[in-house]
Design a protein around this ligand. Structure first.
Ligand code: C2E
Ligand code: CA
Ligand code: CA
Ligand code: CA
Length: 279
């Protein structure tokens, strides 16, 4: 099948029937996944941008959902999150994810930060403020250690509601980052209107650093812009030492990507979180 991207109009193709059936089955399986213990979390380190990997101190992790399907094996979140989103399952799943993440981070010997993705449906249709508040109380995680990553999709749908929710979340003491910055419409007025603490520069710009001068110019400009708005900047998808060195030189605050570490079960990072005996 042809790769479809957001906003692309595609003509009817016979294999679409199959795709729709696939999605339906996947949705049924997904609705049982939590109960069956098939969901888990991978954690990817986030560091301060230094000239070398050794200079880039790890200060936290992003939690990423993983689904081990009993027959298909690992299903990518790029596939199952949209299904969960469209069916409303994301509200229950997102609650499970947030609780697991906060519980996990609260157990770390070092008070590192943890970032979690919130999907638009979760943000706009559930009581996200009440949920975050009660999970923080329940797990004892200090609010300042939790960061919520949202995409602009959340804000496009309902500007006033989005703004009110962000303000109430920030009043709890958690931080908000704008994920995938530059990948969609990301208008500059959003940065002015919404109280983000952090901007995550989309991987697409990082991949092209060193390949085309436009990407370097954009990354530089986003760093300046963010700093001018008193936001911190993190680059995602950092895979090479050249990308890291460029970002450090340009004053990017944070880095995340395979170079520092892949998303893996937290046991893999036992040493970083200060827990004895890595698995
Ligand atoms: P995202 O939030 O932009 O997450 C970053 C994605 O980039 C992750 O893909 C991560 O594994 C991948 N990545 C990180 N570093 C590198 C790198 O150096 N190179 C390359 N090529 N890729 C890198 P993943 O885990 O497959 O997740 C895909 C998307 O699914 C996420 O994009 C996010 O939008 C969504 N997602 C994942 N977990 C959750 C979740 O718990 N809740 C929600 N609502 N969405 C989630
Ligand atoms: Ca993210
Ligand atoms: Ca991202
Ligand atoms: Ca993304």
């Amino acid at each position: 099948a042809k790769q479809k991207s957001r906003g692309t109009i595609s003509l009817y193709q016979p294999e679409m029937d199959q795709q729709i059936r696939d999605r339906r089955v996947l949705h049924q399986d997904l609705s049982k996944a939590i109960k069956n213990g098939e969901l888990s979390l991978a954690f990817q380190p986030q560091g301060i941008a230094g000239k070398t990997v050794a200079d880039s101190e790890i200060i936290g992790f992003e939690a990423l959902a993983r689904w081990a399907h009993p027959v298909r094996g690992q299903v990518s979140p790029a596939e199952f999150i949209p299904i969960a989103e469209e069916s409303g399952l994301i509200v229950e799943m997102g609650e499970w994810i947030l609780r697991q993440v906060c519980r996990e981070a609260a157990s770390w010997p070092k008070p590192l930060q943890v970032a979690v993705n919130l999907s638009p449906a979760q943000f706009l249709h559930g009581d996200v403020v009440g949920l975050v508040h009660s999970i923080l109380l329940e797990t004892g995680l200090a609010p300042g250690r939790l960061e919520l990553e949202i995409t602009e999709g959340v804000l496009i749908e309902d500007f006033d509601r989005g703004l009110a929710l962000l303000r109430r979340l920030k009043a709890l003491g958690v931080r908000i980052s704008m994920d995938d910055f530059g990948s969609g419409y990301s208008s500059l007025s959003y940065l002015q209107a919404f109280p983000f603490d952090k901007i995550k520069i989309d991987r697409a710009f990082i991949v092209n650093l060193g390949r085309n001068p436009q990407s370097a110019a954009i990354v530089r400009a986003v760093i300046d812009l963010g700093h001018g708005l008193e936001m911190s900047i993190i680059a995602e998808g950092v895979e090479t030492i050249d990308q890291l060195a460029f970002l450090a030189k340009e004053g990017c605050d944070g880095v995340q990507g395979y170079l520092l570490g892949k998303p893996l079960p937290i046991g893999h990072y036992a040493g970083l979180i200060g827990r004895a005996g890595a698995d």
